[in-house]
Each structure stands twice: as C-alpha cells, then as structure tokens.
Design a protein around this ligand. Structure first.
Ligand SMILES: NC(=O)c1ccc[n+]([C@@H]2O[C@H](COP(=O)([O-])OP(=O)(O)OC[C@H]3O[C@@H](n4cnc5c(N)ncnc54)[C@H](O)[C@@H]3O)[C@@H](O)[C@H]2O)c1
Ligand SMILES: O=C(O)C[C@H](O)C(=O)O
Length: 450
C-alpha cells in the first residue's frame, strides 16, 4: 500500500531543512512536486521501508506506471469555467501543518519518513489532532449555508454547528417554518455540544447572506421502488435554480451538492452557477467509502476507521471500490476477509442507499449522508489536506475528461486543490472510465429531456 505526499509534507520537510523521503509506490502529487521545486526540497526514494509485496503498479517520486492512455500523473485541480479551457490561478499553498503523530525520523538520513499509508479518508487526516486554535471557538470564521433543511440538511447543519468553526450556520428551506424551527432547536443544543456558532433558519437563499460554503441538499428523496435517476427531472429544476441564486448571493462560495442523482446534479450545479469547477463538488464518495469501511468492519471484526479504502466512480451502479487499494494495518483486505465475502461487502455498500430506503419505507438515508457532507466542508475550512473521494470535473486524470465523477482529491479552503492519481488495477481503471461514460450518457439524456 502506498502513501500520497502533498504540499504540506513538502513544507514540513522544508521547515525541518530535510529531504522528503518517499517509498517506491508512493504518489507525490504534482502540486507537491512544484512546491518542492520552489522550496528547494529534494524528493528522495527511501526503499528500505517495510512494505508488503506490491499488488498494484508502483509510483516512485511522482512517476506512475499505468496502462497506456491514462493520465501521466495526478493532475492539478480542474479550475475551468465551463466553456473555457484556461486554468484559473493555482490556489495559494496552505500553511504547513505538523506531521502526524505516526511520523518517525529515519535513522541515518534524517528525512521525514512515515509509515506507509494508502490514500483513504481514514488515514489521511493530517489535521488530526487539529492545530491549536482550530479546535476551539477562538478561530470561528465565516458562514456556512445548508439549503434544504430536510433530513440530510438537518444533520449536515448539526455537524457543522457542533464543529464550532463557523460564525454562523444558516439553514434555508422553502418550508421556512421548518428551517427556522430546526435552526432554533439546533441552537438550543449549543451548551450541550459546546459550540458558539449562531444558527439561523430562513426561507430564501438571499436571506442567508453571503457564505464561504453552501451545501445543497434541497430536492426530492427517493421512495421504495424508485431509482435515483427517477428524481432527475424534479431535482434538476430545483438544483439549477438554487445554483444560480447561490452564485448571485455568494459569488466566492464553494458549493457541495448532495441532491440526487448526485453526479448529474453536481455537473448541473456547476453549469448553472458559472463557478470554476474547483468550487463545485459533489458528496457521495465520502459516504460510499464510509459504508464500505463500516460493513467491512462488521464482517472482519475490524475497527471501521482503520479500514483503508476509497469509493470512486458514480454514486450508484457504477460505484468502484478498488480492492487492490483496500487494506487494514498494511495488509491487503483480501488477506483478512475471504474474497467472496469481500465482494459481497462491495455489493452491499453499492446497494446501501436502496437498502436503507427499503427499511425506512419513507425517504432515504440521512445520518451518514449529512455527516459526510459536513465532513467535506470541515476538511475545506480546516484546510486539512485530506485525501477523500468527491465528485469533481475530471480533467484527463484516469483517462476521463469533462464529466463529473467520483475521484480521489485533496480539498483546501477554496475547494478542490488537486485530483490525486492513485495506481489502480487495469479492471478497476476500466470500471472507473465506464462510470464516467455512463454518467456522460445520462447527462446527455438529461439535456435532451430539458
Ligand atoms: N449524495 C448522497 O450521497 C445523498 C445521500 C442522501 C440523500 N441524498 C439526496 O439528498 C436530497 C435530500 O434528501 P433528504 O432526505 O434531506 O430529503 P427531505 O425530503 O427530507 O428534505 C428535502 C428538503 O428540501 C426542501 N426543498 C425542496 N425544494 C427546495 C428549494 N427550492 N429550496 C429550498 N429547500 C427546498 C424541502 O422542503 C425539504 O425540506 C435527496 O435528493 C436525496 O436523494 C443524497
Ligand atoms: O439512496 C438514496 O436515494 C439516497 C442516497 O443516495 C444514499 O445513498 O443513501
């Protein structure tokens, strides 16, 4: 299993005046390589690290062995406005964050060497524990708006308020009384959860005021017997209208779309808002990854958080959970959970949304989805440098271009910092490309229908 090294690793090495030592198979992102060049930090290969036999193509110091036709390396964030191919200026690098507690010195070289870590949300929480000041009320800043104060929006709002990082969290719902009622109820939990964030509920986006982050959860949820695609015509109208109004009210915001069908609605929000693609992201991969981790944890009696995996592709049938990357404590999951059982877990994770819909009998999942959406916003506001899965506009990475699809990314304060290319087995790569093509076809059908 390999690690992904980002700009914060380079900056930490620069601060220590040492080289960045990576292992064969590790990924050094393009931004990190640029930063290393700027700071004069040498990137050297540390091949003495303990690691299991490689199960996937190796990456060393940023070069990737990959099947012909794939992108040559992980790529910089797609920051295009639709209709233009010119990239926007690169976001400013984040301040260096301390290396995680698992970092160890390398005797004889002095370079910062970490234990091998695959790119998963579980293990890339570089900001944990958070730097002093970010975990308390002293650094609260700005406003987060959650549109749709239904099941998912309510949980998203609660998680954002609990985090105590925003001055204000505003819930918006066409059912204004619901937004106001949930907001007041949530505000009442402030002493219980110890936050000082103000919570407001309003009926219109314009009343919320300009925000740094806007989560769109408004729209119809599916009922038993429905597919997510059945929601497309109703929800496209809602999401398109809201994205335009968000662009007018909060022109610098990052939008996180949750409304289904997720991949299509995220691309629709991007085109409707006119925002650079780096500021319109979709939430599904964090949820799908969490579901897989949770289910493997139950099957294998493992702590879910220590299951390293990532869910990519579409939020639906074309979900891709690359088992070549999935591990626990440095061992491939295939060595811990019998392959047939593992395949069954992948299928169950893929069908978890429908499973919950069937059990609830009205509406769809909201606890894990709301928590996942908040997790993305918190990763950005904290500039946590996590690698997580998000629906983003593919920029040629993985051989996919110009369509929103779930890929591994690094998020920063301003949204997408970069798409991270991780080595995949050929069948996984093919499945990911197929997901991109299927989403593109559905978008085409959506355009014809509108
Ligand atoms: N991406 C994911 O992983 C994921 C996970 C769960 C749910 N979802 C989707 O999220 C959406 C919301 O799910 P939910 O369970 O919260 O549904 P819900 O019915 O509980 O809440 C939806 C809310 O949106 C509000 N709304 C509708 N139109 C609006 C508008 N124009 N402006 C403001 N508010 C508006 C409704 O009044 C309602 O309160 C659904 O489309 C669902 O499929 C996605
Ligand atoms: O399944 C749904 O309709 C809601 C959501 O996409 C989920 O995965 O829970």
């Amino acid at each position: 299993m390999s690690a992904v090294w980002g700009t914060t690793d380079v900056e930490a090495a620069a601060a220590r005046g040492v080289a960045l030592r990576v292992a064969p198979g590790d990924v050094v992102t393009p931004l990190a390589r640029d930063r290393a060049h700027e700071l004069g930090v040498a990137v050297t290969s540390a091949d003495a690290l303990d690691r299991p036999p490689a199960t996937a193509a190796t990456v060393s110091s940023g070069t990737t062995d990959r099947p012909p036709g794939t992108a040559s390396s992980s790529t910089t964030a797609g920051q295009r406005r639709h209709g233009s191919d010119s990239p926007a200026p690169s976001p400013a690098p984040s301040p260096a964050t301390p290396l995680p507690p698992t970092s160890v010195g390398s005797p004889g070289t002095g370079g910062p060497v970490r234990t091998m870590r695959p790119p998963s949300p579980a293990l890339f929480r570089r900001g944990a524990p958070l730097p002093a000041g970010l975990d308390g009320g002293a650094r609260r800043t700005g406003r987060a708006v959650v549109i749709g104060a239904g099941h998912v929006g309510m949980i998203t709002g609660m998680r954002l308020a609990d985090a105590d990082v925003f001055d204000e969290v505003v819930l918006v719902d066409i059912d204004e009384g619901r937004a106001a009622g949930i907001a007041l109820d949530l505000q009442h939990t402030a002493p219980l959860s110890d936050f000082a964030t103000r919570v407001r509920g309003v009926g219109r986006v314009e009343e919320a005021g300009p925000a740094e982050y806007v989560v769109i959860t408004a729209g119809r949820a599916r009922q038993p017997g429905m597919t997510r695609a059945d929601l497309v015509s109703t929800n496209a109208g809602i999401v398109g209208d809201l994205a335009r109004r968000v662009a007018a009210t909060s022109p610098q915001a990052v939008i996180v779309v949750v409304t289904n069908p997720l991949d299509e609605m995220t691309q629709h929000a991007w085109t409707s808002s006119g925002f650079p693609s780096s500021r319109v992201l979709g939430m599904a991969g964090v949820l799908d990854t969490a579901r897989f981790q949770a289910l493997v944890g139950v099957e294998g009696s493992l702590r879910p958080r220590s299951v390293d995996a990532i869910a990519l592709g579409s939020h639906g049938e074309e979900m891709v959970i690359p088992l070549s990357r999935a591990s626990h404590d440095g061992s491939s999951l295939g060595q811990i959970v019998p392959p047939a059982q593992l395949d069954a877990v992948v299928d169950r994770a893929r069908g978890s949304g429908a499973e919950v819909v069937g059990l609830l009998r009205t509406g769809s999942a909201f606890l894990a989805p709301g928590t996942s959406a908040a997790r993305m916003v918190l990763a950005m506001v904290r500039d946590s440098d996590e690698v997580m899965s998000a629906a983003v506009l593919a920029d040629g990475s993985y051989g996919i271009r110009d369509v929103y699809v779930g890929l591994p990314v690094r998020l920063g304060r301003g949204g997408l910092r970069e798409i991270v290319t991780i080595p995949l087995a050929p069948a996984e790569l093919a499945a990911l490309r197929e997901a991109g093509e299927r989403i593109r076809a559905r978008l085409g059908a959506m355009a014809v229908a509108s």
